[in-house]
Design a protein. Structure first.
Length: 157
């Protein structure tokens, strides 16, 4: 990982807010000339600091009206069971995000589906059929308060 300086952090902050900004406008906003700015962006991309660019969709507008946070507890704690569950969750298109967590659950998955019937199908036909699962707790989202927020960048001295 490259050491991030103030210019890198300014670039990242602007790109988090507007990933479609032109290099000329980006350079102007971060007070660099276009060539060094582009070199820095490419270095950040190559190093994996910038992992990609995407469009953030209105989930309801595309027919995905239900978000469920699914807490999953593994029955038999083993590397093999954890890897199988991770691979399975990663392969389910409705799983928008998934994290291995500590606490009562072992995994926390964000599932995005059209409606309750679609979630029930996913739950009964895919999740509950997995032998390594001991418990599943579903938390339905009533209203999204904040989503797709950019993580705060470290402060530089």
């Amino acid at each position: 990982m490259p050491e991030l300086d103030d210019a890198d952090c300014r670039i990242l902050a602007v790109l988090q807010a507007d990933g479609r900004i032109s290099n000329v406008d980006l350079a102007d906003r971060v007070v660099l000339s276009p060539s060094p700015c582009l070199r820095r962006v490419r270095r950040l991309e190559e190093a994996g600091v910038i992992q990609g660019y995407r469009a953030i969709l209105d989930r309801e507008a595309v027919g995905l009206g239900l978000t469920v946070f699914v807490a999953i507890k593994v029955a038999r704690h083993s590397r093999e069971a954890a890897m199988t569950l991770q691979e399975t969750l990663a392969a389910i298109p409705e799983v928008a995000a998934c994290h291995m967590v500590s606490g009562e659950a072992d995994f926390l998955a964000e599932v995005v589906v059209a409606d309750l019937a679609a979630y029930e199908r996913l739950l009964t036909e895919q999740l509950l059929t997995l032998p390594m699962i001991a418990d599943i707790r579903s938390n339905m989202v009533l209203r999204r308060i904040k989503s797709d927020g950019a993580p705060p960048l470290p402060k530089r001295p």
